[in-house]
Design a protein around this ligand. Structure first.
Ligand code: MG
Length: 502
């Protein structure tokens, strides 16, 4: 016994010594000044061959009904349909809040955005952003030796301390906020937006001065993403692609204009589908397809105020900026060959909140040090869970209004003022229509399995369900607060702030 232990200990020391020597060789080989070219000969410092690459594609204002695999009519999205056929398509997937900045904060941090003090869509005068101490997926994966790139729309604070390079990304090309926050906005007389910059790293490199400048954006971001995949084929990478489209103003390149035969919005979706096809092809060409987890989703439902320039909620009630399903529920496709079942459809309740903890787990990364709201839903992705690991969801909106709560198929809508497209008139030709911003929605209980359109109030029939969901709402108010009831909440954190415009 003793001899065996001694041998083990000697062997362990020998192995440790060899590992240390190898580590020194590796480090010294890459530590020479000027030797490491970012993205070229980078090597992770931890050898874990099974860690997947992660490609996260996040559309802007793409509705639940905008892909042919989700029932879109009149045009086709063959590349996304193929992605769905090779992976699992989720039909009960919710964004944390149905508007740009709040939705993005949740995706990248796994937290309800109101926990982090992020709400709405930050505009060019904002002095706030995602707090630098909040930890993003990019930071957690970078720590594990991943190269990280973002090509597209950031919208978590455009001041320098809040930009992607300060939140775990190695590379950034894109716009800092929405593509309609520019002098050509239909309401520019009131809004007075400054010129829209294209940013590379931390520096503006160009002004997107006209719609023609925006027309080439989807292609430019796609080319950069493909180049990122090629440059990082030998090391683990996290590619985040928050495309600015199909948010208004709709922009499309010459090669896709009039290509769908179903109007400008469909042309834009056709180009987005082409872009996804390019990314998928690059994964295949570089031989990393099998070891790459691809997640495709959207930041919120369609902006119905824009009429024929908006997408489709697929029959769900209302759209962007509302907490009815048309605002929160979006397409979500997950593909990871051999790990996530191919050609499956899952109706389990999931959220963008769960992307961070699930990806972190799959990639061997830790969780953020501060509390988060997402949960590891790997079993739902892998199709091994008989019921979703996520059973509840809080529909917060505006600065901190608790507008609805969900448990399983039941959704209790709480009385609240909100945007209503149904009570307004849609616009046309790229101009918004008249949309009441403070429509008085009354409380109601919906059974989403039987009534996904949220039309039939079941409160009178199910008082027990109502009181159960009211308890859930009470717990939420104690934790996160609720401005509708003047409740501050005890666990909210502050956003990052800068003293003045730089
Ligand atoms: Mg959006």
């Amino acid at each position: 016994m003793r001899t065996t232990r001694l041998l083990h200990s000697m062997l362990a020391k020998l192995l440790a010594g060899t590992a240390a020597l190898l580590a020194i060789l590796l480090i010294s080989g890459h530590a020479r000044p000027g030797h490491v070219r970012p993205g070229h000969d980078f090597r992770p410092d931890v050898a874990r061959p099974n860690r997947p690459n992660v490609v996260l594609i996040f559309m802007d204002d793409l509705g639940y009904g905008d892909l042919s695999c989700y029932g879109a009519l009149g045009y086709r999205t063959p590349n996304l349909d193929r992605l769905a056929a090779e992976g699992t398509r989720f039909t009960n997937f919710l964004v944390a809040q149905p508007v740009c900045s709040a939705s993005r904060a949740a995706l990248l941090t796994g937290c309800y955005p109101n926990r982090l003090g992020i709400s709405g869509a930050l505009n060019p005068t904002a002095l706030v952003g995602l707090h630098p101490e909040e930890e993003t997926i990019a930071e957690l994966l970078k720590e594990q030796g991943y190269r990280t790139g973002i090509f597209g729309k950031w919208h978590l604070g455009h001041r320098q301390p809040f930009l992607p390079l300060q939140q775990g990304f190695d590379e950034y090309l894109g716009i800092p906020y929405s593509n309609d926050m520019w002098p050509q906005h239909p309401n520019q007389a009131n809004l007075k937006f400054p010129p829209l910059p294209l940013i590379e790293g931390n520096q503006p490199v160009k002004t997107l001065a006209s719609l023609t400048d925006q027309d080439s954006l989807t292609t430019a971001l796609t080319e950069r993403a493909v180049s990122f995949v090629r440059r990082n084929r030998r090391n683990p990478f996290f590619l985040y692609l928050p495309f600015p489209m199909p948010h208004v103003p709709l922009a499309v390149s010459g090669k896709h204009r009039n290509s769908s035969g179903a109007g400008l919005y469909a042309d834009v979706i056709t180009e987005v589908d082409w872009a996804v096809g390019q990314i998928l092809a690059s994964l295949k060409q570089t031989g990393v397809e099998k070891n790459t987890l691809v997640i495709f989703t959207s930041d919120n439902g369609p902006w119905l105020a824009y009429g024929e320039h908006a997408g489709s909620s697929g029959g769900l009630r209302e759209g962007k900026q509302t907490t009815f399903e048309g605002g929160n529920r979006v397409p979500c496709i997950v593909r990871w060959p051999g790990e996530v079942p191919a050609g499956q459809v899952s109706n389990q309740l999931l959220s963008t909140l769960d992307v961070l903890p699930t990806v972190a787990r799959l990639c061997g990364a830790r969780l953020p040090r501060r509390p988060i709201d997402g949960i590891d839903v790997q079993a739902a992705w892998r199709g091994t869970a008989t019921e979703s690991p996520r059973q509840t969801f809080l529909y917060y909106f505006r600065e901190n209004n608790l507008e609805a709560v969900r448990k399983g198929d039941w959704k209790l809508v709480l009385a609240h003022p909100g945007v209503s497209y149904e009570a307004g008139k849609p616009g046309r030709d790229g101009k918004p229509g008249q949309t009441p911003g403070n429509h008085a929605f009354e409380g109601a209980l919906y059974d989403l399995r039987h009534d996904p359109g949220e039309r039939y109030d079941r409160q009178a029939m199910h008082p027990d369900v109502v009181s159960d969901l009211q308890q859930l709402a009470e717990q939420a108010r104690a934790d996160l607060g609720d401005n509708l009831q003047q409740r501050p909440g005890s666990n909210r954190r502050a956003p990052g702030t800068v003293a003045k415009a730089d």
